[in-house]
Design a protein around this ligand. Structure first.
Ligand code: TXA
Ligand code: MG
Length: 299
């Protein structure tokens, strides 16, 4: 059980072909067994030994791997039901982070790796986040620095080549995948059923999150609240004001988002007000994670 850096978020990696190792991943995260894992391979060739590909999937692999695209494909018998939560399909990715990629190339088995956070909490984008939340339960964390993208991979369901569906928006946008925005949105609603792990309330810090519109202002800010803007405010700001980028650049907002939320969650704020991002490109993924973080807890 090792924490690994990826270009999206840190993962909690174990041998995907070894059941006790996979079981341990669920235990360490406190993750329910109905929530399937992503399997990471060193290359498309390595993945083809365990997963069925078609032309569309190979074409996307050629364009986006190694990288932040996860594909859901029919599985071959080598992948255990524990990894897929009994589904006939498996989520797979060839990651681009040089440290993780080098690790995969040195192994003769793929690595199952969910994000390396306790189930339901914000994903880690620094080795330090993994050490703080799971450090006493795992052997080591490979420190590969701050994750480039800062949000989890885009998950696309390619089982029906006629209508690919985005199950989770991420760094690779619907536009670049050739799926229109409109259908990407409605598909992500339907995806909630196809992917049992995509719970409405997820990615949540302990501090209550309230969102406000892009370009707007939070409603009522109490003395002990914090406010996060997507870009640096023009007027000088009080001490409880923070921002995710100087200029409002979406890549930078995504890169800084989870770290700032985790930092403020360590402090004593009673509520964090966060400005939504522009709803385009990686901003769609940012807003998806923010809405889930702000959703009312059901348990
Ligand atoms: O960027 C990422 O994807 C990171 C890094 C470590 O690779 N991993 C990650 O894994 O975010 P995790 O387990 O936190 O989220 C994976 C999501 C879950 O919501 C799960 O339900 C969905 O992928 N998933 C896994 N297998 C699936 C399948 N066969 N069909 C549909 N959804 C699946
Ligand atoms: Mg996760």
């Amino acid at each position: 059980m090792v924490g690994v850096p990826t270009e999206t978020v840190y993962g909690l990696a174990g041998n995907a072909l070894n059941e006790p190792s996979v079981r341990k991943i669920f235990e360490v995260k406190g993750r329910p067994l109905i929530d399937p894992l992503i399997v990471h391979f060193a290359s498309l060739q390595a993945a083809e030994a365990h997963v069925e590909f078609n032309d569309r999937a190979r074409e996307l692999a050629a364009r986006f791997w190694p990288g932040a695209l996860t594909m859901v494909r029919p599985t071959k018998a080598t992948i255990s039901d524990l990894v897929t939560a009994g589904l006939p399909s498996v989520a797979i990715r060839v990651p681009g982070h040089p440290v993780f990629h080098q690790l995969l190339e040195g192994l003769d088995f793929p690595l199952a790796a969910p994000s390396a956070n306790p189930f339901g909490y914000v994903s880690p984008t620094l080795a330090e986040h993994v050490r703080r939340t799971l450090g006493d339960r795992i052997a080591a964390v490979l420190d590969g620095g701050a994750c480039q993208h800062g949000v989890e991979s885009t998950i696309v369901d390619l089982r029906d080549p006629e209508s690919p569906r985005i199950l989770r928006p991420g760094p690779i946008s619907a536009e670049s995948l050739g799926i229109t925005m409109e259908s990407a949105k409605s598909n992500s609603d339907r995806g909630a059923q196809a992917a049992p792990g995509m719970l409405t309330q997820h990615y949540s810090p302990n501090t209550q999150i309230t969102l406000f519109d892009q370009g707007g202002q939070p409603n009522t800010v109490n003395e002990k609240d914090a406010v996060i803007y997507t870009s640096k405010p023009e007027a000088s700001a009080p001490d409880n004001t923070f921002w995710l980028s100087e200029s409002g650049e979406l890549q930078e907002i995504a890169h800084n988002l989870f770290n700032l939320i985790q930092k403020l969650d360590q402090q004593t704020f009673t509520r964090i007000h966060i400005e939504l991002a522009e709803d385009t490109e990686i901003g769609v993924a940012i807003n998806d994670r923010l809405r889930r973080a702000a959703a009312k807890r059901t348990n």
